[in-house]
Design a protein around this ligand. Structure first.
Ligand SMILES: [Zn+2]
Length: 157
């Protein structure tokens, strides 16, 4: 519906082309031209709204892509850190087993320093990074796209 006054003072194509509810005298002009101009202005306004909606949508998509990339990077760092921890566990275990073997084979040569070293190794073997939250998160995201998590699932058992 037009927002123009449309008051017809004369017979013919002319009518008041001022806004509906305007004050003062009517201003008669070409009614069809006025309607077309009004339509064009409305179209232009809609076009601008659409453009700003598209811009906002593009921003949102860019933000989501950025978040996904950051998340993938954090996952990789986390996987690498956990893998490094597992590797250290293996080294400590090897050292522990070696010292254990030596202490059992040559009990008379075992010194206080050997016993202290053994205690340190045993203590080190009991320390594990808390990856329970990570495991829960991996299970939770199993239903979602888990291509990026598959590398982690190999590490976290
Ligand atoms: Zn009028």
């Amino acid at each position: 519906m037009s927002n123009l006054c449309g008051h017809r003072g004369f017979a013919g194509p002319s009518a008041c082309i001022l806004k509906r509810g305007h004050g003062g005298a009517h201003s008669y002009g070409n009614w069809n031209d006025a309607l077309i101009r009004e339509e064009r202005e409305e179209l232009e306004s809609l076009r601008q709204q659409l453009a700003s909606c598209q811009a906002a949508l593009a921003d949102t998509e860019a933000l989501e892509i950025g978040t996904g990339e950051r998340l993938a990077k954090v996952e990789q760092q986390l996987a690498a850190a956990i893998a490094a921890c597992k590797l250290k566990d293996e080294s400590i275990e090897a050292a522990h087993n070696g010292l254990r073997w030596w202490m059992d084979a040559f009990p008379l040569h075992v010194t206080e320093a050997d016993n202290e070293e053994m205690l340190k190794l045993v203590k080190a073997l009991t320390i594990h990074p808390d990856d329970s939250a990570l495991k829960a998160w991996l299970e939770m995201s199993n239903t979602a796209d888990c291509r990026s998590q598959s590398s982690l699932q190999g590490v976290v058992k």
